[in-house]
Design a protein around this ligand. Structure first.
Ligand code: MLT
Ligand code: MN
Length: 309
């Protein structure tokens, strides 16, 4: 099984189009100290030719263009991308579907809650149902993703509920502190090759670790995990926003209630942060915060990174 990191940044990417912060200027002007990053997504293949996307970012077109294995190879119109699994309905994870609108067969797998976002936003009708098959996935029930013609891709995926928040554009303040969040709004994925037995977890959005989530992840060989913010209040202290990570539905790295502490006692061979916000100092090579996460046994993902399992 091969994993390609198509995008490692959170919503907005790095640098973000309207952000003139020190970190975003670094990404524009000094690529030795901070590498630009697109919005989070992975591509996974079991056979080296047919790919499953985990999330579909607004940067998909750029990601496909700069990833040679994902270029069309057969006939005049084709794509190695055969299916997509969505972990939530935020813009940074679904807007790339609009790039995939040119009558190309593929399958979309998502929870009922996330499918509802696609069916109730008529712009997604550009995905012609004659070509694009939509499958609703049940939580905690492994399934084998197929292309649009029903051919299995040689992978098994299990989606499981994780603490999170309903998509930003669906927040309903009248429904209380969780803004109307329901189970299935945010899921994590366990992706496995039934042939080799290799597997990994992908959780690009997570508000906190429950006991059952800790148990599920303990012993994982490889985890991609929500690295949105380093400090819960960093957007406020940097003066670029009004929200904490907690308010946005993301656990932050630092502090006693942060992800570095939450994973300290778990046995996970390889821990990689993904979905990293442009305010997070770990984006800067050699920053003190980068050293802290590395000393805690984590690495920070980069676009184009390839992992073979
Ligand atoms: C998030 O991860 O919190 C969202 O992607 C925010 C957004 O939609 O911009
Ligand atoms: Mn996001």
């Amino acid at each position: 099984m091969r994993i390609i990191v198509l995008g490692s940044a959170a919503g907005g990417g790095y640098p973000q189009w309207n952000c003139n912060s020190e970190y975003c200027r670094l990404a524009r002007n000094d690529s030795t100290r901070a590498f630009p990053r697109t919005q989070s997504s992975l591509a996974v293949t079991a056979d080296g030719s047919r790919y499953l996307l985990l999330n579909c970012s607004p940067d998909l077109r750029q990601q496909l263009n700069q990833t040679e294995p994902l270029h069309p190879r057969e006939g005049l119109r084709s794509s190695p991308v055969k299916a997509v699994v969505l972990t939530n309905g935020d813009v940074d994870h679904i807007a790339g579907l609009l790039t995939m609108r040119e009558s190309e067969p593929f399958s979309i797998y998502a929870s009922a809650r996330v499918h509802r976002i696609l069916t109730t936003n008529s712009i997604f009708n550009v995905l012609n149902p004659e070509y694009v098959r939509r499958h609703t996935i049940a939580l905690s029930a492994p399934f084998r993703p197929e292309d649009a013609h029903g051919r299995p891709l040689g992978l098994e995926v299990e989606a499981f509920a994780v603490p999170g928040k309903v998509a930003l554009f669906l927040e309903d303040a009248s429904r209380g502190g969780d803004f109307g969040t329901e189970e299935g709004d945010t899921v994590g994925l366990h992706v496995r090759s039934p042939e080799s037995g290799a597997s990994f977890h992908y959780i690009p959005g997570c508000a906190g670790l429950t006991d059952s989530l800790r148990q599920r992840l303990d012993g994982s060989g490889l985890l991609f995990f929500d690295g949105t913010l380093f400090r819960d209040d960093e957007m406020i202290t940097m003066g670029v926003g009004k929200k904490t990570g907690r308010r946005m539905g993301h656990i932050s790295m630092n502090g006693e209630d942060g992800s570095l502490a939450a994973f300290r006692d778990l046995c996970i061979d390889r821990k990689i942060f993904i979905h990293i916000n442009n305010t997070n100092p770990v984006l800067v090579e050699n920053s003190p915060e980068r050293k802290i996460v590395e000393q805690a046994g984590w690495t920070v993902s980069r676009d184009g990174q390839v992992i073979d399992l």
